[in-house]
Structure formats: structure tokens, C-alpha cells
Design a protein around this ligand. Structure first.
Ligand code: ADP
Ligand code: MG
Length: 158
């Protein structure tokens, strides 16, 4: 079985690779679109932050930016666990909020990702715990108050 581990980031060093504060959901969606232009699959993105921090909103922009669905088609997979976008199932969007304990990607049915050149977006990525594969990037979102959100992006080297 191929492993998703040790994926190298191929996103280079874009300017957004640090911190951004957005002031509306629309701005967060636009930021997601901007980021997506730099993604070169296979690419794993772990999203962390409390409920309402804006993880799904950012994913809407990323998925739209990848050109596989419109932002309105992207909904939270908190009950369904995993959504697939794109005709070749090239983009996966998962939400581990309801998962108890640490899980690895294999239990999500995402084992074959490395052979698919997929982009994988995982909300509550911290729930992968010690099973976390090394991600391309880790995104942490914080609710600053009203419609302000801080978005911290960190590239994680393999
Ligand atoms: P999460 O997936 O982290 O639980 P969601 O993206 O589902 O969060 O929800 C974020 C909520 O906050 C949405 O209702 C969204 O409209 C609202 N919101 C307000 N301001 C922002 C912002 N700057 N960025 C993202 N979402 C925002
Ligand atoms: Mg969400």
C-alpha cells in the first residue's frame, strides 16, 4: 500500500505562507482561491481551529480555486465524513470533528491517495494525532471577534 507519508511540499514560497487576517467570509473564500493556485497534488492540507473558525469557508475557496466545484457546492462533511470533488475524485474534503480518538487516514478510506495525485483537505486535522502523516501545509484558523479571522499557514517539511 502506498503511504501518504513524507509528501514533499511543492507549493514554493508564496507570500501568503505566513499569516492573513480576513474580515468577511467572502474574503476568506477569496483567500482560499488564491492559495489553491499554488497547490500541486499530491497535496495534504490539515485545517485546525474551533467550530465556526472558518475552516469550511476557506475550503470552499480552495475547492473553487482548484476548479473542481463551485463554492456553493462545498458543504461541511461533518456528518458524511468525506466529500469528493472533481470527476477524477481529485479533491477530498474530510471533517474529523465527530471522530473519537486518533484515527489514521486508512480508516477514512483514503488509502490510495498517493497514487491519485489527490488534494486532501482535512478539517480537525489535529485528530489524526500520532497517526498524522506529514502534511504539505497546516492551516490554523482563529476567531478574533465579529467577522475577523486570523489564518496562520505553516509549511511542514517532509
Ligand atoms: P468551521 O468549518 O471552522 O466550523 P465554517 O466555515 O463552517 O467554520 O463557519 C464559519 C462561519 O463564520 C460562517 O458562518 C461564516 O459565514 C462566518 N464568518 C464570518 N466572518 C468570517 C471570516 N472572516 N472568514 C470565514 N468565515 C467567517
Ligand atoms: Mg467545518
Amino acid at each position: 500500500m502506498h503511504s501518504i507519508d513524507n509528501r514533499q511540499s511543492t507549493i514554493g514560497n508564496p507570500q501568503w505562507l505566513a499569516e492573513r487576517v480576513t474580515h468577511s467570509p467572502e474574503e476568506t473564500v477569496l483567500f482560499g482561491r488564491e492559495m489553491a493556485e499554488y497547490f500541486r497534488p499530491p497535496c495534504l492540507v490539515l485545517l485546525e481551529g474551533d467550530l465556526g473558525a472558518g475552516k469550511t469557508t476557506l475550503v470552499k475557496g480552495i475547492v473553487a480555486g482548484l476548479g473542481v466545484a463551485s463554492e456553493d457546492d462545498v458543504t461541511s462533511p461533518s456528518f458524511t465524513l468525506v466529500h469528493e470533488y472533481g470527476s477524477a475524485a481529485s479533491v477530498y474534503h474530510a471533517d474529523l470533528y465527530r471522530i473519537e480518538g486518533a484515527r489514521d487516514l486508512a480508516t477514512l478510506g483514503l488509502e490510495d491517495l498517493s497514487s491519485q495525485a489527490a488534494t486532501v483537505l482535512i478539517e480537525w486535522g489535529e485528530k489524526l494525532g500520532d497517526n498524522a502523516p506529514i502534511p504539505c501545509i497546516k492551516i490554523r484558523m482563529e476567531h478574533l471577534g465579529s467577522d475577523d479571522r486570523r489564518i496562520l499557514i505553516e509549511r511542514v517539511e517532509a
